[in-house]
Design a protein around this ligand. Sequence first.
Ligand SMILES: Cc1cc2nc3c(=O)[nH]c(=O)nc-3n(C[C@H](O)[C@H](O)[C@H](O)COP(=O)(O)O)c2cc1C
Ligand code: SF4
Ligand code: SF4
Length: 297
Amino acid sequence: MSTEIYYFSGTGNSLVVARRLAEKTQGKLIAIASVIEQESIRTNADRIGIVFPSYLAHLYGIPLIVERFVKKLRYADSQYIFAVCTCGGYQSVNALPTLKNLARLIKNAGGKLSAQFSVRLPMNNLDYDHIPVPISTDQEKMFEIAQRKIESISRRILRRKRDKHRIAKSLFNLLMSPMYYLMRKPCVTALIKYAKEPQDSKLTFRELIPLSDNSIYVDEKCNGCAVCTRVCPVNNIKMVNKKPVWQNHCEMCLACAEWCPEKAIHHWSRADGIRYHHPAVKIAEMLRQSNSGFTNL
Ligand SMILES: Cc1cc2nc3c(=O)[nH]c(=O)nc-3n(C[C@H](O)[C@H](O)[C@H](O)COP(=O)(O)O)c2cc1C
Ligand code: SF4
Ligand code: SF4
């Protein structure tokens, strides 16, 4: 049985999960960013994994590049397709709605999501001060729990297991739906702010996310090394007069800010100044993700 694990990752969490699942299944690890320009994505693999972070879970959760990937993938009946969503908050309220949306997206594209999993890893986009409930931020403990979860996921996918607790999950999603609905407006308002659009902007979240780089800026520490242009998975940064300029097709993955060697990039996240990437990931692995293919760092 052949396996392909497709992943998208800005700060390495999803890459660590994807990498381990590829090892355990002897599968091929493929960056979504490296195939996304293809008109349609064909595969002969009979076990396909999609590993990605949850973004704005209450609004939609699926990174736009993952959405495009799912729409381009060509499906066959015999395929076992599983997804692993990584998230920084509680899995029940963040990964669950994201995976529900993904299942629907895959169904509409002609496939079937056979199994859904989630792994909680450190939140890469904000600090926890604004969250009114206590959240453990002990990263070592989180990595340990995540490791056990990844091993258990790999055992399940090796046996092509279907979803666990399907009815309970659906019921939970149903109960939470009013809350997700209430959180949509504040999410869109935040996106309008990041995109620097007028407050009464009628743009949809799919139109606003690519513009969110309008609030990314670079300070005087920038030495023009161009690492940010190479780490961006969607080639959204160009160097102009030795300074990075963002091109308004951003995925909000934060890779540029997190991996800038001079810590010169600042973005919309309230965690400005706080940087995070998974400690087991090196920048060279992030460069491989990009379809520009630079690996010489
Ligand atoms: C734009 C953005 C939005 C996010 N929204 C959520 C969210 O709604 N819920 C959540 O639990 N985590 C959220 N996160 C955190 C990431 O899902 C989490 O840290 C993930 O593991 C990062 O994966 P990566 O390192 O592979 O990029 C968000 C991160 C970003 C960059
Ligand atoms: S990676 Fe940082 S220092 Fe290098 S060009 Fe980009 S912003 Fe400037
Ligand atoms: S510009 Fe930065 S945040 Fe936007 S997609 Fe590229 S690396 Fe990610």
